[in-house]
Design a binder for this molecule. Structure first.
Ligand code: NAD
Length: 241
């Protein structure tokens, strides 16, 4: 198995991409510590350990990561605000950066010393193709946070490149998840929104959380030992042109 002997810590593992990553890493032999704001979502997850954790609670997050001693840290917690710059309130700006960026900052900061001490590790931050890679309609603050994730990823990768610790991020396009269906619902016309979101992928479909998990397995495993500091796009061709 590709992650035998490795320990993984994951935020937002209750559903969607985080859950698929947690279960795929478990299937590949990792000891997975799966966490989510909503503990009930974890009741049937296939992971060695699981518990409720608000990733924006710095003390709780850092204690949980210290206890977990991860070789692989997956920073997945994030929220999609819908709207242009005209719609964005200061509260939304603050919430978006707290959840989508500050949690990753706190997670990486506490995980790094242990990884360095143990001679290596792999950090996987979840960004988005809607970031500094491409613009998507109504993703003003969301894209700003996900671009910051790419910047943090590159910065950490460079500063730790000689320690054996690697840091990469995943930039998914449109991925089937409960929050995606909610966004279609919130648009007021579920079917029209679904059609529009599918059409933006030249492949003519949205991705699955399992497809994103396969990339996470690669980045978490030693197969990707020569890869650090990159924004790995997985988007059905959306950003190709
Ligand atoms: P989702 O949005 O359906 O689920 C998000 C999960 O995060 C939920 O289980 C929720 O309980 C948890 N969560 C929310 N606040 C939290 C907090 N404070 N602490 C811990 N957990 C918290 O799942 P998804 O759509 O797969 O999104 C996961 C990540 O992938 C996000 O960072 C998102 O921005 C990113 N992403 C998703 C897509 C997509 O199309 N689905 C595309 C690109 C990037």
């Amino acid at each position: 198995m590709r992650l035998n002997g490795k320990r993984a810590f994951i935020t937002a593992a209750g559903q969607g991409i985080g859950r698929a990553v947690a279960e795929a890493m478990t299937a590949e032999g990792a000891h997975v510590v799966a966490t989510d704001l909503k503990g009930d979502l974890l009741s049937d997850i296939k992971a060695a350990e699981s518990f409720a954790l608000d990733a924006t609670d710095k003390d709780a997050l850092q204690k949980a990561i210290t206890d977990a001693k991860p070789d692989i840290l997956v920073n997945c917690a994030g929220f999609v605000h819908n709207g242009t710059i005209a719609d964005c309130t200061d509260e939304q700006w603050g919430f978006a950066f707290d959840l989508n960026c500050r949690t990753q900052f706190h997670g990486m900061q506490v995980a790094l010393p242990g990884m360095v001490e143990r001679g290596g590790g792999s950090i996987i931050n979840v960004s988005s193709v809607a970031s500094s890679i491409i613009a998507a309609p109504n993703r003003f603050v969301y894209a700003a946070t996900k671009a910051a994730v790419i910047a943090m990823t590159k910065s950490v990768a460079l500063d730790y490149v000689t320690t054996g610790v690697r840091c990469n991020c995943i930039c998914p396009g449109t991925v089937d998840s409960p929050s995606l269906h909610q966004r279609w619902e919130d648009s007021g016309d579920y079917e029209a929104a679904k059609k529009q979101f599918i059409a933006r992928q030249p492949m003519g479909r949205v991705g699955t959380p399992e497809e994103i998990a396969k990339l996470a397995i690669y980045l978490g495993s030693d197969e990707s030992a020569f890869t650090t500091g990159h924004a790995h796009v997985i988007d059905g061709g959306w950003s190709v042109g």
